[in-house]
Design a protein around this ligand. Structure first.
Ligand SMILES: Nc1ncnc2c1ncn2[C@@H]1O[C@H](COP(=O)(O)OP(=O)(O)OP(=O)(O)O)[C@@H](O)[C@H]1O
Ligand SMILES: [Mg+2]
Length: 363
């Protein structure tokens, strides 16, 4: 699902841009503060209806302006989809998909499967389980778009259950929430488990190249010990504890993915550059899976490509990025930082004080 065209109005320091992208590799160059991340952020915004840097629209609209506008054309199986998004300082959002107005920004996710890698991306490994749940859920969603609906229902049921926990005296009073909650939780936990199982060989394949010196064990934890107990039994056994704490201590809201080297968590063993490579392996496996199984092309945004990785690792990485078949947007300070990394032709977009110029395909 490559983006063929992007128009930007008043997004961060980019006042006006009218860009035609390469279906495969796009390199964004420019000095510090020129607007490279802003361009990646604009693409990300069109894919997810939000930024990866700020949840405040006011910070993103260009200073002194009242709104930003993004417009893109996306290609998929010879069909063209146009997406227009406007956000104003007053909080209004207008989204048009193929000229039809829709209010739900979440509708965007189906059109542009985006993977993002920035210098902060190692928080996928070092941060809270929430980050790893989002990682898994991204893939499950593209496999089954109903997933987020079910997940939203589970979150509502959990909220009601937690409120009821504080008032009820016996477990029986919770059964009303728990029957549906246990049914849906088991369903999405199985979906997550299946997806992770299918993803694992793809991840292993990449890390065999990226980090051959390590034997990394990966396991999915569904949120409770499902080998020995059903979730309902867990709820019954933990009723007094949950009541005391005032919230539900087991369930899909506690799911996680665990990575270990020997007896140690991966984050305690690998260096920053190695952790970053591992994040690349995870994200690229998702791109490959989406491509192979769901027949969709990922848009891969990589900010600050050359940071923290030596030349030989960059070379291996470039090979895997090309194999993933994603449409790539990659930012570097200077084009010579990626010299000879990609065999294919690519387009270069040079950014200077928010002005973007496209130099012809090189390489
Ligand atoms: N709302 C805004 N309106 C106008 N300019 C903004 C706004 N928000 C940020 N900026 C400016 O946009 C410029 C571009 O920032 P950006 O982070 O995209 O730079 P960059 O090219 O990625 O730099 P680096 O190489 O240091 O990462 C910065 O100078 C920043 O001060
Ligand atoms: Mg930047």
């Amino acid at each position: 699902m490559p983006i063929s065209k992007l128009i930007i109005h008043d997004f961060r320091n980019i006042q006006r841009a009218h860009l035609h992208f390469n279906k495969k590799i796009n390199v964004i160059t420019g000095l510090n503060g020129s607007g490279k991340t802003a361009l990646l952020e604009a693409i990300y915004f069109l894919g997810l209806g939000r930024s990866f840097r700020s949840h405040l629209t006011n910070r993103i609209i260009a200073h002194e302006e009242v709104e930003f506008i993004l417009f893109a054309e996306i290609e998929h199986q010879n069909l063209q989809t146009s997406i227009g998004l406007k956000k104003t300082r007053k909080g209004q959002s207008v989204l048009k998909i193929n000229s039809c107005i829709t209010t739900k920004l979440s509708a965007l996710t189906l059109y542009l499967p985006i993977q993002l890698i920035t210098p902060e991306s190692i928080s996928l490994l070092s941060g809270s389980p929430q980050n790893r749940r989002s990682f898994i859920d991204w893939g499950v969603f593209y496999h089954d778009p109903q997933f987020y609906k079910t997940w939203a229902r589970i979150k509502r049921l959990l909220k009601q259950r937690n409120a009821a926990l504080k008032q009820c005296k016996t477990y029986n009073e919770l059964r009303l929430w728990d029957n549906e909650l246990c049914f849906l939780s088991t369903e999405i936990s199985e979906q997550r488990q299946r997806y992770f199982q299918q993803l694992t060989p793809l991840i292993e394949n990449t890390i065999a190249d990226f980090l051959p010196e390590f034997k990394i064990k990966m396991s999915f934890f569904c949120g409770w010990d499902n080998k020995n107990k059903s979730l309902q039994q867990y709820f019954i056994d933990n009723f007094n504890r949950d009541k005391q704490l005032g919230y539900t201590t087991a369930g899909p809201q506690k799911a996680d993915v665990r990575f270990k080297i020997g007896a140690y968590p991966l984050v305690d063993v690998l260096s920053r550059g190695q952790l970053k490579l591992f994040v690349y392996a995870l994200r690229l496996a998702q791109c490959l899976f989406l491509n192979k199984v769901n027949k969709k092309q990922c848009v891969l945004l990589i900010d600050d490509f050359s940071s923290e990785l030596d030349k030989s690792k960059q070379q291996i990485l470039a090979k895997h990025i090309t194999q993933s078949d994603a449409q790539l947007f990659i930012s570097v300070i200077q084009e010579n930082h990626i010299e000879q990394l990609f065999e294919q032709k690519y387009s270069v977009f040079h950014v200077k004080h928010g002005k973007i110029t496209n130099t012809d395909s090189t390489n």
